[in-house]
Design a protein around this ligand. Structure first.
Ligand code: PLP
Length: 420
């Protein structure tokens, strides 16, 4: 496997096209995967790993689910790119917009980054303002306007200083910090962009009333409220998580799940804002945006998600995992926090009961227990998040026995501590 990794590092910086995949944050070599099926990854030596990353979120059905694989193969034989009207594109846009009243119209792009980027451009065009307010610990892609300059772990070389000055950072779950920034930058803030459930600082849930207050502030101040649902869209319910949270944003960015494991992004929302694209006042384009291959994969995925009981079953699996982790943790006398919503979960190594409201609360944990957990679980045949602040995912293909064993092994490994 080392030879494979060396070969990758020769031709690809860090040997990976996205930094976390290099596994440096957990002091390990990446898994060299030959193929993946259902809940499992198989490495080039034939070892099997139960996958709790699901491709960083998209693979809610597991790997290569038969209906999606079939739809992709059938579509590939009928054309992968039309470069003109694509019926599947219209159908997927209809299916997604039908899931929430606040989604009047939608456009497709090829990544979550592009989706958020397009919402920000629309917000600036709509308001005639420049600045963007976001939250410490959020991640919205890798373009300048949403880079988090304040985090030592993030790379800030090469960013446009003008774009960076447009960025304002508030604290998650702290509406006062948002009000303060609006007061200090009167008439300048075009948009507030937020992951309604924060999935890039482990897993931090919004406190009761926080998102509602953001909605009120944006209405008072004439700013556009953007929910980045690249992870949460279709992960927790059959549509955006805003349906569960009871707050309607003006614009929403999607990605990951809606492409059935192929490159995708989408953004949509209020017709009066989306119309700026139709009036050709705002530019957004993409050679491969809305391509029939991705649309076919997305439609086949959404068919599965729409089956009665799909999300209830994922919730049951999530609850089973949570109960097992807590049972083993308490029996072993360990003290850490396990956070879960639906099929998304994270270990956070702070004492149980510590309030976890914002980035600094999560960043207070030590790295070592997670590195120990990651490395031990790799040896035990589990694929975990290669970074302490990435959450993990359960797919529909994960079996109950695998969840039970995951919990038992994880606690054994944590209780044993670092291996020499
Ligand atoms: N927004 C959120 C919340 C994300 O988690 C990500 C990626 O993980 C993005 C945007 C960027 O999406 P992509 O990697 O598809 O560009």
């Amino acid at each position: 496997m080392r030879t494979e990794i060396k070969r990758a590092q020769t031709v690809i910086p860090a040997g990976a096209s996205s930094p976390l995949r290099a596994c440096r944050n957990v002091d390990t070599d990446p898994l060299v995967v030959a193929e993946a099926r259902g809940a499992h990854l198989f490495d080039v030596d034939g070892s099997r790993y139960v996958d709790f990353m699901c491709g960083f979120g998209p693979l809610i059905l597991g790997h290569a689910p038969e209906p999606v694989a079939r739809a992709i193969a059938e579509q590939a034989a009928r054309g992968t790119l039309f470069g003109t009207y694509c019926r599947q594109e219209v159908e997927l846009a209809e299916r997604i917009t039908a899931t929430a009243d606040h989604l009047d119209q939608l456009r497709f792009v090829c990544s979550g980054t592009e989706a958020v980027m397009s919402t920000l451009r629309l917000a600036r065009a709509h308001t005639g303002r420049t600045r963007v307010l976001r939250f410490n610990g959020g991640y919205h892609g890798h373009f300048d306007l949403v880079q988090n300059k304040d985090e030592a772990r993030m790379r800030d070389a090469g960013l446009d200083p003008v774009a960076m000055r447009s960025n304002l950072f508030a604290e998650y779950n702290d509406a006062e910090s948002v009000r303060r920034l609006f007061a200090e930058n009167q008439g300048e803030i075009a948009a507030v962009v937020i992951e309604p459930i924060a999935c890039n600082m482990s897993l931090v849930l919004p406190e009761e009333g926080f998102l509602r207050e953001l909605r009120e502030i944006c209405d008072e101040e004439g700013a556009v409220l953007i929910f980045d649902e690249v992870i949460t869209g279709f992960r927790l319910t059959n549509g955006p998580a805003s349906n569960l949270l009871g707050v309607a944003p003006d614009l929403t960015a999607f990605g990951k799940i809606i492409g059935g494991g192929t490159p995708v992004g989408a953004f949509g929302g209020r017709a009066d804002i989306m119309r700026l694209l139709d009036e050709e006042r705002v530019l957004q384009g993409g050679t491969l945006a809305g391509n029939p291959l991705t649309m076919a994969a997305g439609l086949a995925t959404l068919d599965e998600l729409a089956r009665p009981g799909f999300y209830e079953e994922l919730e049951r699996k999530g609850a089973l995992l949570e109960a097992a982790v807590l049972r083993h943790r308490d029996a072993a006398g360990l003290d850490f926090t396990f956070v879960r919503t639906g099929s998304v979960f994270a270990f956070i190594f702070v004492p149980d009961g510590t309030p976890l409201r914002r980035k600094a609360d999560v960043a207070a944990q030590e790295q070592q227990p997670y590195t120990t957990l990651y490395q031990g679980m790799r040896r035990a045949g589990y694929h975990l998040a290669p970074d302490i602040e990435e959450p993990m995912y359960i797919s529909a293909a994960t079996e109950d026995a695998e969840l039970e064993d995951f919990a038992a092994r994880a606690i054994e490994i944590l209780a044993a501590g670092p291996q020499a």
